[in-house]
Design a binder for this molecule. Structure first.
Ligand code: NAD
Ligand code: UDP
Length: 390
């Protein structure tokens, strides 16, 4: 591999990264990127490894992967495993991705959500601070909560002003709903972890970067219920809608699907993370929004585009009634609430790392739904053909 340079023209030194939550959606893409395009070593920590097995197993009958020896899997639960500190000490950088991060859990398993997103992150922050190790911590755009504009009357002209809805790392307030709306347990736990990391930086000199992902989507996100996850499980919207399309059932629009989201392709977002890893002087002490402000749609529009793209990918005509409305109470249960709109301000990441997302919503859905069909269509067909027990 020829010498790689950072954004300031300096050669990049190979490092060892302790990646916690490496077996998840984002972790699997980050491991893939680090193995195929960099000389870095990854100590991959997770309780599962299905999504990164392909990087560690030798291809059948073929040559070993060129990165053999640069990725090691450590199956451990960070809640209660004393090996964690040793792995952090052995590394130059720790990246913490571990979390419960599916909205269906926030109001139904609020204790697990708070423990996972706050309490379980504490030792990671402490070990990094005490051992002078750099930390890249994954937070969420959900810390912003609701937009200021959402509190104005529907037709108020100020709703059109960007400062009432664009989310800025250094200026926007974090507006969460009431405690009985347990949806906000996740955002609140993530926010406190961010504040703790920031304080460790200010008082003890911890070198940190905080990432706020805005709806990163793509292959390997979550699971398809009944195939590689529990039949009654509710994953995030990409997997919910993929599941509906694969089964030829209507897509469910929670409260009419009026909430707005911006979706970014996982492969674009991973480029931003690699820039953070390899440009510590530009990334340390920063909080970064990572999203694609150009890919904004309502959830209803997302359902319509996915239906159209899936029909092209599969050659199957769309259903006559492609979507149905469902109340949030029925879909998620009591205590659900929603972020109304999420547009990332890109000034800071642009200035510090020169990063911009590239992939349009249509293109990212085309490649993702091609993957979903290739990976799951046969398994779903077989499952649906099985007689159900009476
Ligand atoms: P994911 O659920 O696919 O990955 C999380 C991984 O962490 C899983 O593999 C899980 O097994 C592991 N994990 C959880 N608890 C653990 C523990 N106690 N010990 C060891 N491993 C544990 O989720 P993801 O989409 O890859 O998200 C990664 C991070 O990014 C999370 O912190 C999440 O809150 C944040 N995030 C992601 C998005 C997104 O768009 N995907 C949006 C906002 C925030
Ligand atoms: N949603 C929906 N139907 C589904 C799953 C989700 O209408 O089958 C909505 C959900 O209410 C939210 C949006 O899609 O408004 C995005 O949900 P996701 O689970 O991806 O997470 P979020 O962006 O809220 O963190």
């Amino acid at each position: 591999m020829e010498a790689r340079l950072d954004l300031d023209g300096n050669p990049i030194r190979p490092i060892t990264i302790c990646m916690i939550g490496a077996g998840g959606f984002i972790g699997s893409h980050l491991c893939e990127k680090l193995m195929t395009e960099t000389p870095h070593t990854v100590l991959a920590v997770d309780v599962y490894n299905d999504k990164i097995k392909h990087l560690m197993e030798q291809p059948a009958g073929g040559q070993p992967h060129p990165w053999v020896g640069r990725i090691q899997f450590h199956r451990l639960n960070i809640k209660n495993d004393s090996r964690l500190e040793g792995l952090i000490k052995m590394s130059d950088l720790t990246i913490n991705l571990a979390a419960i991060c599916t909205p269906a859990d926030y109001n139904t398993r609020p204790l697990d959500t708070i423990y996972s997103n706050f309490i379980d992150a504490l030792p990671v922050v402490r070990y990094c601070s005490e051992n002078d190790k750099r930390l890249i911590h994954f937070s969420t755009c959900e810390v912003y909560g609701k937009t200021i504009g959402s509190f104005l009357p529907k037709d108020h002209p100020l709703r059109k002003e960007p400062e009432f809805y664009v989310l800025k790392e250094d200026l926007s307030p974090c507006i969460l709903g009431p405690i009985e709306k347990q949806r906000w347990s996740y955002a609140c736990a993530k926010q406190l972890t961010e504040r703790l990391i920031y304080a460790e930086g200010a008082e003890n000199g911890l070198e940190f970067t905080i990432v706020r992902p805005f709806n990163w989507i793509g292959p390997r996100m979550d699971f398809i219920p009944g195939v590689d996850g529990p039949s009654e499980g509710v994953p995030r919207v990409l997997a919910c809608f993929s599941n509906n399309l694969l089964r030829r059932e209507p897509l469910k629009l929670v409260d009419g699907g009026q909430s707005l989201r911006t979706f970014v392709y996982i492969k674009d977002a991973i480029e931003a993370v690699l820039l953070m890893i390899e440009n510590p002087d530009r990334a340390n002490g920063r909080i970064f929004n990572v999203g694609n402000p150009n890919n904004e749609v309502t959830v209803k529009q997302l359902a319509e585009i996915m239906t159209e793209v899936y029909s092209k990918v599969s050659g199957e005509p769309p259903l006559e009634v492609p979507t149905i409305d469902i109340s949030s109470e029925e879909f998620y249960g009591e205590g659900y609430d929603d972020s109304d709109r999420r547009i990332p301000d890109m000034t800071i990441i642009n200035r510090q790392l020169g990063w911009n997302p590239k992939t349009s919503l249509h293109d990212l859905l085309h490649s993702t739904l091609t993957y979903q069909r290739k990976t799951y269509a046969e398994a779903i067909k077989r499952m649906m053909a099985k007689p159900t027990a009476t």
